[in-house]
Design a binder for this molecule. Structure first.
Ligand SMILES: NC(=O)c1ccc[n+]([C@@H]2O[C@H](COP(=O)([O-])OP(=O)(O)OC[C@H]3O[C@@H](n4cnc5c(N)ncnc54)[C@H](OP(=O)(O)O)[C@@H]3O)[C@@H](O)[C@H]2O)c1
Length: 437
């Protein structure tokens, strides 16, 4: 399909562009100016229009446009946004072609006691999205005019190092303490930007006219947990701090602060069941702790998706070291080592040679070892010595069981030689060095 995409240069629009192109569609990007946009090689064509000026959109939906995805944000003026819908949808009338409008879960308001509310829940918008349900209704009314009108409501979007979680990371870095807002117990529905892009592709290809879909991968993530993970991404291992909404308003403005403090539990089950959507990217906590919000230095391999996938697999292995250690899971800890002749020199200089020696040591020391303190492990550098052999520098920081840094205890600098065998990375050799200065 030839798809006109507004907001194509944005956070979500960039991912939607990639996924539409990968699914064989042609993206016609609507941009505010005629300047060529660097890096937009996935675009089939570029047209100029400004969603703050509906008259500028006349003629952008030509007869060859087979679908429209409207991702550019609202203008703040209900009449302008209504006129934008009319300008973009009217040329599709009577064609049965899809018009996908992007709303958001904030139109539902606080979901209260209800768990995982669905698309049939009445809207109750918070201030920042005040008139958006009216725009949704205006869009859906196009179904009666022969347009395959569809509304997608994303949760809070994360991934590719961006979105609102990036604000949490930046704030933690600036303030030296991770923050969350409003009241204790606030939860956000979350979606990975690449999973969301898959949903847009599914919506444009097969959602029925007049339907609404929640783009939500995780229905209710406690924002306190998000804040802690954002602190980890920022290198700030201290307990998250609750910031009252009035105080947050001084930083973010009243409307955005109200949105950050909103407690929601929203279901994305309908899109899975009906559209076959399969959100499967890493969870927001994993993404913050060891994904795109914390890039690693990579050497010895060409940039590209293959290397990214290998680095992600290596980070998962190191996350497994951390998880197994923190939870005293002996078998899982041993599972990270290759069977054949691994060698591990501990932070105390104790050299263990061979799997049996490592296993005996682990069985002896790990159970009970984490009662008072544990450690977090962050991959800092990966050098591919060969495509299947990597030298990995890790930062190990001692923490209390609640994740806060034990300041008077030194860090470690584990160094791993990893080997990929039968498609799986494992530790072939490991050495830990305590940082003394
Ligand atoms: N991010 C989230 O967590 C989230 C959650 C739920 C819903 N949403 C909704 O999803 C949509 C996209 O969000 P996003 O996070 O991708 O936003 P974003 O990164 O700010 O991108 C906005 C895009 O819209 C374009 N745009 C802005 N004003 C325009 C105008 N007057 N005319 C034409 N294009 C214009 C921008 O183009 P330029 O390059 O020219 O600036 C950019 O491509 C929005 O409607 C937002 O409300 C987002």
């Amino acid at each position: 399909m030839k798809v006109l995409l507004t907001g194509a240069t944005g956070y979500i629009g960039s991912a939607v562009t990639d996924h539409l192109a990968a699914a064989g569609h042609q993206v016609v990007a609507l941009t505010r100016g005629p300047e060529p946009q660097p890096g937009r090689t996935a675009w089939h064509a570029q047209v100029v229009g400004d969603t703050a000026d509906p008259a500028s959109l006349a003629g952008v939906v030509t007869p060859e446009i087979e679908a429209v995805i409207h991702l550019a944000p609202p203008s703040g003026d209900v009449d302008v946004d209504t006129a934008v819908i009319e300008a973009l949808a009217t040329p599709l009338r009577g064609t049965g072609r899809p018009f996908v409008y992007t709303s958001g879960v904030w139109v539902l308001g606080a979901t209260g006691e209800a768990q995982e509310v669905g698309e049939d829940t009445p809207t109750d918008p918070i201030g920042i999205v005040g008139y958006r349900p009216r725009i949704e209704q205006r869009v859906l009314a196009e179904a009666a005019e022969g347009v395959r009108a569809v509304v997608v409501r994303p949760g809070i979007v994360y991934g590719r190092g961006g979105g609102i979680p990036a604000i949490l990371v930046d704030r933690a870095r600036e303030q030296g303490v991770p923050e969350y807002y409003g009241e204790e117990g606030v939860r956000w529905p979350m979606v990975h930007v690449d999973d969301l892009a898959d949903l847009f592709v599914a919506a444009v290809e097969r959602a029925e006219a007049g339907t609404v879909w929640h783009g939500v991968g995780e229905s209710a993530v406690p924002v306190r947990d998000l804040a802690r993970a954002a602190g980890r991404a920022a290198g700030v291992l201290v307990a998250p701090q609750l910031v009252p909404v009035e105080q947050a308003a001084q930083v973010f403005g009243e409307l955005f602060a109200g949105a950050l403090a909103l407690d929601q539990s929203v279901s994305g089950a309908a899109a899975r069941t009906v559209l076959g959507w399969r959100p499967g990217r890493p969870s927001v906590l994993a993404e913050l702790v060891s994904g795109s919000y914390r890039p690693v230095e990579v050497f010895g391999a060409p940039e590209g998706p293959q290397t990214e996938a290998e680095v992600a697999a290596i980070r998962r292995l190191v996350a497994e070291v951390e998880h197994a250690q923190q939870n005293e899971l002996v078998d899982r800890f041993l599972g990270v080592f290759r069977r054949e002749d691994p060698v591990w020199t501990t932070g105390h200089g104790n050299r263990l040679s061979g799997f049996e020696e490592i296993a005996a040591f682990t069985r002896k020391v790990l159970p009970g070892a984490m009662a008072e303190s544990t450690a977090v492990y962050d991959v800092e550098r990966v050098l591919f010595l060969r495509p299947d052999v990597a030298a990995v520098n890790v930062r190990q920081q001692p923490v209390l069981p609640d994740g806060t840094r034990i300041t008077d205890r030194p860090e470690g600098r584990p160094f791993y030689i990893l080997v990929k065998e039968d498609g799986t990375w494992r530790v072939g050799a490991a050495q830990n060095t305590v940082v003394v200065d």
